[in-house]
Design a protein around this ligand. Structure first.
Ligand code: BG6
Length: 296
């Protein structure tokens, strides 16, 4: 592992080899909350509250290798969502090594890390565009802020989709609900992309679920009744939300996901999945998502 010790901050930021020897940045807040971010994919793999309770799902079957995505936490999907294009599934930034651009201890104890990725030989082979993508992760006592920024550093416009593909930990999926999306138009991947307004006051889970909510409200929540916890999700500059649970058959088909793990997670993803964003040369794009978790 490259020497990254100049980015360490005593008591707040530590950098060590993580699983698979991949470099990992650990953030610590004076309240006791913490987070871990891998340079591989700028992938947040852990977020713990002040009591030390893990708030993200991470699969016990996850790969930890330079050419494979991590299963759980927050994969960054860019510049393509899912299989909606010619690029690898969910784009390529989740399987690229990002550069550590900076770490900071902010007044009040918040801790931030900034990671950057620009085009390289591997990305240019897949996608002929010059870009700079930055992800800034800020840990506070009770929230995790994810600031994403994409720039077009080339001389031709390009288009992209984005998803912060967050895997939340859930004590029992049968007793979980996603709230705040009632009335929003959804595109249901499991019904040939049928489009309709969701009439349900909350989304409950008893089967595979894979939907894009188009122009979704900026605040929503996940209620985990069994854990007595509510996650709040607040987005800005990002229009859509994806709700995903693979349920039984798909869990069995995914080699990097345990057969029973669908019971303990839900993905509620923020981004721009329904419509591509067009970025002219020199034009920046910014989007932000703030997550918080409250126990009863
Ligand atoms: C979701 C998609 O965002 O990601 C699903 O809507 C997909 O269709 C899931 O199965 C996981 O994708 P991957 O590539 O990480 O297995």
């Amino acid at each position: 592992m490259k020497d990254l010790s100049r980015f360490e901050i005593h008591g707040a930021v530590a950098i060590t080899p993580g699983n698979g020897g991949l470099p990992k940045v650990a953030l610590k807040h004076p309240s006791g909350s913490s987070a871990e971010i891998y340079l591989h994919g700028a992938h947040v793999t852990s977020w713990r509250d002040g009591r030390g309770e893990e708030l993200f799902f991470l699969s016990r079957e996850s790969n930890w290798a330079a050419d494979k995505p991590i299963r759980g936490g927050i994969p960054v999907c860019w510049p393509q969502f899912g299989g909606q294009g010619t690029l690898p599934q969910h784009g390529f930034v989740r399987t690229n090594p990002w550069t550590l651009a900076g770490t900071e201890e902010l007044p009040g104890g918040n801790v931030a890390v900034t990671l950057r990725l620009s085009e390289n030989d591997a990305t240019l082979k897949l996608w002929p565009h010059r870009f700079e993508f930055e992800l800034r992760v800020t840990l506070s006592a009770s929230s995790l802020r994810l600031g994403a920024q994409a720039g077009n550093t080339g001389d031709q416009p390009f288009e992209f989709q984005i998803a912060l593909h967050t895997y939340f930990t859930i004590a029992d999926i049968h007793r979980a609900a996603v709230r705040g999306l009632q009335g929003t138009t959804m595109i249901d991947a499991l019904r040939e992309n049928a489009r309709e307004a969701d009439a349900q006051p909350e989304i409950r889970f008893d089967r595979e679920t894979d939907r894009v909510y188009v122009s979704a409200p900026d605040t929503l929540s996940i209620r985990d009744e069994a854990a007595g916890r509510t996650f709040a999700i607040r987005k800005s500059g990002m229009s859509d939300v994806v709700v995903w649970n693979p349920w039984i058959a798909k869990s069995q088909r995914m080699p990097d996901f345990g057969d029973d793990e669908y019971l303990r997670m839900v993905c509620v993803e923020t981004g721009n999945m329904a419509n591509r964003i067009r970025l002219a040369p020199g034009q920046p794009w910014r989007g932000e998502t703030v997550l918080s978790a409250v126990r009863d």
